[in-house]
Structure formats: structure tokens, C-alpha cells
Design a protein around this ligand. Structure first.
Ligand code: FE2
Ligand code: FE2
Length: 269
């Protein structure tokens, strides 16, 4: 099974740039590649910060661009740059009946859970009691292995400014998922604008760098320093035994083909 995670598109109104970057062009480049090479994926997950300033025009641009491509089943949640009410006006089908942008989606012999970590008025994320109860109920429902997607990560990564705006209430979140830890195969985050991987309390995780600006690897300063690099999305491969995550950059790369030399022994380098 294949799943695509695309995060932090940070769309701005058509014809404008974000710190010199064109988010719409980057989104189109990613979706064009997904349409051609990953149409067979079981899901395309957008893990938040759909827009940069939560304006309606940017959400409508996202909706219109996405509609131009033949894509896998789409699941979208919000990040700290989004506003749930504006998101809901443009994407009512991506809002649950309780008003949050969280959902459970079927992945055959797996379950996907997309969580909503947005908390108004802060760039940090958090779950309130209602969202934690929803999560507990989803985890308790059935016996399939689970893949969790969300914007903010509970893990601290050593970059001061990112750690300052990580998911708050880490212990409360852990308290809910700990009884189900053996069924949670992997967690997928956005928000950090960096490719990061590791494990959190024994659960493997991956952070996808996203489409726009990236955060520099600077362990010293308290400020966020950005660099402009290629847009990334993740290609996730899952089978009954293993989870593999390919961070994939969109770039005009020179392809170097190495044609096997059948005249030499197979062990030759
Ligand atoms: Fe972001
Ligand atoms: Fe974010």
C-alpha cells in the first residue's frame, strides 16, 4: 500500500509570492507528479498549513488547483496558519460533524487517523478534551494497525524555536494513545518545515519538510532562519511487516542511468 503525505503548502492569493517563493507553482509541480506516478496511492494526506494567512482566496485557490488533477482520495487537516471557520467554508466535506478537521479513513487492513491540532491564537498545537476523547474512541474501535497523521508533533527536536511551538499537552496525548501503542505503526507530522525522523516514546515518526521555505539546522539561536530549497512530499510504503518513507524532492535533476554490464561478473562494482 502506498500513501502520499504533502504538508505545509502555505498558499497565498493567486499572483502573490511568499518570501519570494511561489506556493501555487510548487503545489502544481507536486500534484502533477503525484497524478502521473502515484495515482495508485490509497490516500493523499495534506497535513495542515494549507494557507499562509487563512484568507478565503487562498483556500479557494487550493481547492481549484487540486480539482485540476486526478488524485488519490484526499484527506486534509489544518495547521497553525489555518483558521478552521474559513477552511470549513471552502472545504465543508473535510470537517467532522463535531466541528474539527479530524477523520478516520479506511486503508484496507490499516486505519488512517488524521488529527486536528490547531489551537486558535497560538502557533503551538494542542488537543482539548473533546478531541482526545474522539481519538480514544477511534483507537478503541477495531483491531487494525493504525497510521496517525497530524500537523504538530509532540516530540522535541532540539531546534529551540520549533520546540517552542510544538504540540502542548504531550503527556495527556500520550496517556490516550499509550494503551494502543502496539497497534500504532507510524506517526506522520508536518509543521517543522524540515525532514526529520526518529521515534517518540518508542513509536516511529517522520516529519515531512513540505512545499515552501525550510527551517535551517541551527541549534543555537532562538530565531527561525529559513532557506529556500525544493518542495518535498513523502511517499509512504506500508505492508504487513514494514513501513518505508521516501522524502521526495521536486527538482530538475540530471538523471544518471547506470546500465548493467552483463559481460562482467555480478559481484563487480
Ligand atoms: Fe507551516
Ligand atoms: Fe505549522
Amino acid at each position: 500500500m502506498k500513501i502520499i503525505q504533502l504538508t505545509d503548502p502555505h498558499l497565498v492569493p493567486k499572483g502573490t509570492l511568499l518570501r519570494g517563493i511561489d506556493p501555487e507553482a510548487r503545489l502544481r509541480a507536486c500534484l502533477a507528479e503525484i497524478e502521473v506516478h502515484h495515482f495508485d496511492a490509497a490516500a493523499l494526506v495534506i497535513s495542515g498549513d494549507v494557507t499562509d494567512l487563512a484568507d478565503r482566496a487562498s483556500y479557494e485557490l487550493f481547492r481549484d488547483v487540486v480539482a485540476e488533477f486526478a488524485l488519490p482520495p484526499l484527506h486534509i487537516t489544518v495547521g497553525n496558519h489555518d483558521r478552521r471557520s474559513v477552511f470549513a467554508a471552502v472545504f465543508p466535506e473535510h470537517l467532522a460533524s463535531d466541528g474539527y478537521a479530524h477523520r478516520r479513513f479506511d486503508l484496507g487492513d490499516h486505519v488512517g487517523l488524521l488529527l486536528d491540532t490547531l489551537t486558535s491564537g497560538t502557533h503551538s498545537g494542542a488537543f482539548d478534551r473533546l478531541r482526545l476523547e474522539w481519538l480514544r474512541a477511534q483507537l478503541a474501535d477495531g483491531h487494525h494497525p493504525v497510521l496517525i497523521f497530524m500537523h504538530h508533533a509532540p516530540v522535541r527536536v532540539g531546534l529551540k524555536r520549533l520546540d517552542h511551538i510544538a504540540l502542548q499537552g504531550e503527556d495527556e496525548f500520550w496517556h490516550v494513545i499509550a494503551p494502543f501503542k502496539s497497534r500504532i505503526r507510524h506517526m506522520f507530522f508536518g509543521h517543522m518545515h524540515r525532514n526529520v525522523a526518529g521515534s517518540w516514546r518508542g513509536i516511529p515518526f517522520t516529519v515531512a519538510a513540505g512545499l515552501t521555505h525550510q527551517v535551517m539546522l541551527d541549534f543555537q539561536t532562538d530565531i527561525v532562519r529559513h532557506i529556500e530549497v525544493e518542495p518535498y512530499f513523502s511517499v509512504i510504503l506500508v505492508n504487513g511487516r514494514d513501513v518505508v518513507v521516501h522524502p521526495h524532492a521536486i527538482r530538475d535533476a540530471r538523471i544518471i542511468d547506470i546500465i548493467p554490464d552483463t559481460t562482467r561478473p555480478a559481484s563487480a562494482p
